[in-house]
Ligand binder design. Structure first.
Ligand SMILES: Cc1ncc(COP(=O)(O)O)c(C=O)c1O
Length: 369
């Protein structure tokens, strides 16, 4: 029997995006080479509510220049949640810093502020909270603790684009915030990222490392070893069109989550993403946690969905348990990795698609559709 293919992730592209990209390809050269880059960065900074935005070739690149701009030295420590994508810490590790992984909150799945505070040592230089699967991390507590200890906060808002904490957009709270426009994210440029900050000095330092440490007065005079993490004008055209549609894109992502919650939220022993008090979530990745006793584990459910053409992803593995790190005790993150499953979340999913996936999940878990 032919299976129905349900994509795990993917963007929502309209005629507007095609028009902007066509224009960039046809005319975005010579004196216009940076037209869309300038507009994208200015519009992004205005939307987030910060002074500076620097477009990058990926969020990983944005994290690398942020880490470099912090002047991290080998042996310095950065605190990060155990449950996230490895890109959160890779760049810091490449500079010789040591990632110190701490457990996450069982409800929000984001950095647990108490665990963060306990992990601080004299070598700690920064903390990198992550808005996991679109739920804002506890900004107030994290900023307060970081300020008390003189630590830099670099917000990994790759999954938190469009989510709000007490009205303010994620990514605007720390010394810097970083975003991803990789194809699975709500706003996509294929690959791409953005670094935002209100700190002019930090922006200047990031800018310097972003394009081979050029001297301001002479374009081919490099005064240190930097990186090349620039975005292209064509990608920026796509990004600008997506940004101009951000409200409808985020509203659709929320709608997809609500369709799932209506159908699966009532299953005893199953829980899903929460929207903490005072927060607005993009619900970027609808996730189920199988806490009750079910006839199959989350991973097996994922495999069965996949065999039926319903693409899905496991919950993030606990990072410290990967072979290159030393394991730390993080019972919450370990349990989430065992019991969690990310359901398909492509922006173009229809209610009928979500219904189809939900009926499959319900049947596997409860025997009833
Ligand atoms: C939490 C988190 N941080 C960073 C990244 C890196 O983003 P990029 O792929 O644009 O480098 C991702 C990508 O999925 C992510 O999920």
């Amino acid at each position: 029997m032919k299976t129905r293919e349900i994509p795990s992730a993917g963007p929502w592209i309209t005629a507007k995006e095609v028009r902007y990209v066509q224009d960039a390809v046809a005319h975005g050269w010579y004196q216009n080479w940076s037209g869309y880059l300038d507009r994208f960065e200015a519009a992004f900074a205005k939307w987030i509510g910060v002074r500076f935005a620097l477009s990058t070739s990926s969020c990983t690149g944005a994290l690398h220049i942020a880490a470099r701009a912090l002047d991290l030295k080998p042996g310095d420590e950065v605190i990060a949640p155990e449950a996230t994508w490895i890109a959160t810490v890779t760049s810091f590790c490449h500079l010789g810093a040591r990632p110190v992984f701490v457990d996450v909150d069982p409800e929000t799945w984001c950095l647990d502020p108490r665990a963060f505070e306990r992990a601080i040592t004299p070598r700690t230089k920064a903390v990198i909270p992550v808005d996991l699967y679109g739920t804002p991390s506890d900004k107030d507590a994290i900023l307060r603790i970081a300020a008390e200890h003189g630590l830099a906060v670099i917000e990994d808002a790759a999954p938190g684009i469009g989510s709000r904490y007490h009205g303010r957009l994620c990514g605007s709270f720390g010394l810097a915030g970083v975003f991803s426009f990789q194809g699975a994210k709500p706003l996509a440029t294929g690959e791409g990222g953005m670094l935002v900050t209100n700190d002019e000095n930090f922006y200047d330092r990031c800018y310097y490392y972003w394009d081979h440490c050029r001297d301001k007065s002479e374009v081919l005079y490099n005064t240190d070893l930097g990186f090349k993490y620039k975005m292209s004008n064509v990608q920026a055209a796509l990004g600008l069109a997506q940004l101009e549609r951000v409200d409808e894109i985020i509203a659709k992502r929320r709608q997809i989550f609500f369709w799932y919650r209506e159908r699966l939220g009532g299953i005893p022993g199953l829980r899903m993403n929460v929207e903490p008090e005072g927060c607005f979530c993009n619900y970027y990745v609808p996730t189920i946690i199988l806490e009750g006793s079910f006839p199959l584990a989350a991973r097996t459910l994922g495999q069965r969905l996949d065999a039926a053409g319903i693409r899905n992803r496991p919950f993030f593995r606990p990072l410290s348990k990967l072979p290159m790190f030393a394991p730390v005790t993080t019972p919450v993150a370990d349990r989430l990795a065992e019991t969690g499953l990310n359901l398909p979340c492509a922006t173009l999913l229809t209610e009928d698609d979500v219904d189809y996936v939900s009926r499959f999940v319900r049947r596997e878990l409860t025997g009833q559709s």
